[in-house]
Design a protein around this ligand. Structure first.
Ligand SMILES: Cc1cc2nc3c(=O)[nH]c(=O)nc-3n(C[C@H](O)[C@H](O)[C@H](O)COP(=O)(O)OP(=O)(O)OC[C@H]3O[C@@H](n4cnc5c(N)ncnc54)[C@H](O)[C@@H]3O)c2cc1C
Length: 408
């Protein structure tokens, strides 16, 4: 286990500065344009691929940083640049993690390279779990996967929604029901390869924020995929379903399941994105407050403004510490006995919403216009309390964990 320290090591500082440079020189200058266009910023993703930021190798390196800080540090810097563009760069990672977590070595080797493409021909991937009637309540998912034994194929039918990169992805990872009797334990994940007939994009959403990130419905109409596209394989699925049926017969599982532990480990990354956006808005506000003069002095000379900045910075630092703690716990295999991952996501996302609103207030009329970036940052920040589990769901998870009752 790495020794505890509050300081980044030299290697981490080097990576952080390199990412910050990319965020400042490439992402931030493009932010307003892609927000207005509401389109995937392919040229920026391509730039990221050229320098090695858009690749599985990069994320794997950060993930295996023994302190656990590699991923949160990377997320904070990229999202400091711009949340919409950064999500376009890291969104493929959601699908890649789905394959890494559940796939066989062969599936990982086959599909992950096709998710990213290469610097000359970048591709993106989508992770499709949410449905119109299954958001927070994942167990009520309806998309069905039925096995056609004669052809060794799975047939997928249903409608997915809110899929980041949905419909424009080269590879879609789709979660579907294989045994409706088992609730969320009867779900399995499937690869839908490029060009598979029956998969189409539904509505593309026009959003409040993170508008450079593509979000859409994905329609699955008799989509047939080979048996080899079931992540983990049929044998493992059959064993898992048999265990779940046996537990259901014994009166249900009373312990926190493995999926919950996975969420606890991944939520700090979303918290880190929120810290990046909050820090960006705070920096703009601090700079403005020290240069804008009213009543013959910089507005920061008024306690009403200065104290807001003090609170903003304090909350951001507290959020980062919660994120770092949870990330350190995850890499060191510490049990999340107080749902520390959810805590970090809850506090950081609420902080981003509040701090970006305070930044608008400090910039006055300018803050309310698109001439300055804080109104965009405020629109972007609203996503953090919604996706990857809403703030209410984080509170529910924390409270039930503390009370020692099952999450569901
Ligand atoms: C921009 C964007 C990108 C996304 N990307 C993806 C993606 O790539 N893949 C994917 O699968 N999904 C994605 N999502 C979906 C996202 O995870 C869901 O929107 C989220 O889980 C909430 O589900 P919902 O929108 O159906 O809200 P609902 O679950 O309907 O919730 C509505 C409100 O009710 C509250 N609520 C619900 N249940 C409870 C409860 N038990 N107690 C208290 N309050 C409750 C919620 O907190 C919320 O305030 C994305 C969403 C957005 C907006």
């Amino acid at each position: 286990m790495a020794e505890f320290t509050m300081e980044l090591n030299d290697e981490q500082k080097e990576v952080r500065d390199w990412l910050h440079g990319f965020a400042a020189d490439v992402i931030r200058p493009a932010a307003a344009e892609w927000d207005e266009r509401e389109e995937t910023p392919w040229p920026v993703i391509q730039e990221a691929a050229k320098v090695g930021i858009y690749s599985l190798d990069f994320y794997a390196q950060q993930y295996f940083d023994p302190t656990g800080l590699g991923i949160p540090m990377a997320m904070e810097e990229l999202f400091w640049g711009d949340a919409g563009i950064a999500l376009s760069i890291v969104g493929t990672g959601l699908a890649a993690v789905g394959v890494l977590a559940n796939g066989t070595e062969e599936q990982i080797g086959t599909w992950i390279p096709q998710m990213y493409g290469d610097a000359n021909d970048v591709k993106v991937a989508a992770f499709c779990s949410s449905e119109p009637d299954a958001g927070s309540d994942v167990a009520s998912m309806r998309t069905r996967a039925v096995y056609d034994e004669a052809k060794d194929e799975w047939v997928l039918n249903g409608t997915k929604t809110w899929a980041t990169n949905g419909g424009i992805a080269n590879v879609h990872v789709v979660v579907a029901v294989v045994d409706p009797e088992l609730g969320s334990k009867g779900h399995a994940s499937f690869i839908v390869p490029p060009g598979t007939p029956g998969l189409s994009q539904g509505q593309k959403f026009k959003k409040h924020g993170i508008r450079a990130s593509h979000t859409a419905e994905v329609i699955l109409d008799n989509v047939r995929v080979p048996g080899s596209c079931l992540l983990g394989g049929k044998e493992k699925l059959d064993e898992r379903l048999a265990r779940a049926r046996e537990k259901a017969r014994q009166g249900g599982e009373r312990v926190k399941n493995a999926a919950m532990a996975t969420f606890e480990a991944s939520r700090p990354a979303v918290g880190a994105m929120a810290v990046g956006t909050a820090r960006a808005a705070y920096e703009v506000a601090l700079d403005y407050a020290t240069t804008r003069e009213q009543f013959g002095r910089p507005i920061v000379d008024n306690q009403g403004v200065a104290f807001q900045l003090a609170d903003m910075r304090t909350s951001i630092d507290a959020a980062r510490l919660l994120v770092w703690r949870a990330s350190w716990m995850a890499i060191n295999g510490k049990p999340f006995t107080a749902a520390e991952g959810s805590m970090s996501k809850l506090f950081a996302s609420e902080t981003a919403k509040k701090v970006t609103a305070q930044a608008i207030q400090i910039l006055g009329g300018n803050g309310y216009t698109r001439e300055y970036p804080v109104e965009r940052m405020h629109r972007d920040a609203a996503i953090y309390t919604i996706f990857e589990g809403t703030s209410e769901i984080q509170r529910l998870v924390i409270a039930r964990t503390l009370a020692g009752v099952p999450i569901r």
